[in-house]
Design a protein around this ligand. Sequence first.
Ligand code: ZN
Length: 257
Amino acid sequence: MFRDSFFELWQRLMGPSCVPVVRVNLTPGVSTTLIEVFEREYRELRPRAPIPALDVRFRRFTSLNTTIRLREGKLHVRLSDLLEHAPESVHQAIAHILLAKLYRKPIARTHSDRYRRYVSSEPVARQAEHIRQTRGRKVILSAKGHHYDLDEVFESLNMRFFHGLLGRPTLTWSAHHARRMLGHYDAAHNTIMVSRVFDRADTPRCAIEYLLYHEMLHLKHPVRVKAGRRCVHSKAFQAEERLFPELDEAKAYLKRL
Ligand SMILES: [Zn+2]
């Protein structure tokens, strides 16, 4: 799933004819070409200053953290391992942003845009959320919230729309109050996660129902690959989604959030 999204992303950024560069890691967690990327960006930003020694490593962060520190003449860069498989153009953008920040130089828009586009793209945001959940200190998987019980909502939707035929996956409220990831079906773990922001007395039931109904349609309509493209929301998926009676009301509520 992650490899698929990686190539998809790559193609979106670089055009379909590009083939990803395969990086060779000599020491675990240290990428030699990443050091070259940083050296190149350093040269661009500071053409005359000697390039300091560089130590660039990926770390298991719980978020998309990147840090840069200059200590005793050596640059220490730590990147979230979420960024390890990012295209080189994104690594270049990160190198530019970190070095420009450190040396108080203006950050080029093309780089900040490229980085932002990458981390906010659906597959990356999804993975970040997943990692936040699984690596966070407290991972409580629970369908029972303070106000809504996802198992109960699932069963009522199952009867109303699917003749009770859908097998119930693991249902859980997210550990955090994620606003970007409202709902998510993880096929690998057969789990539907709904953001905890909705577990409130003033959330209309139709909003939760719609979120869950959408994810249930993912259960019913698995992702298909057509002519090399992943089809996530097929025509059949979309047609069935329109059968939800309070669709407009629910969507309007989610938009206001
Ligand atoms: Zn969807």
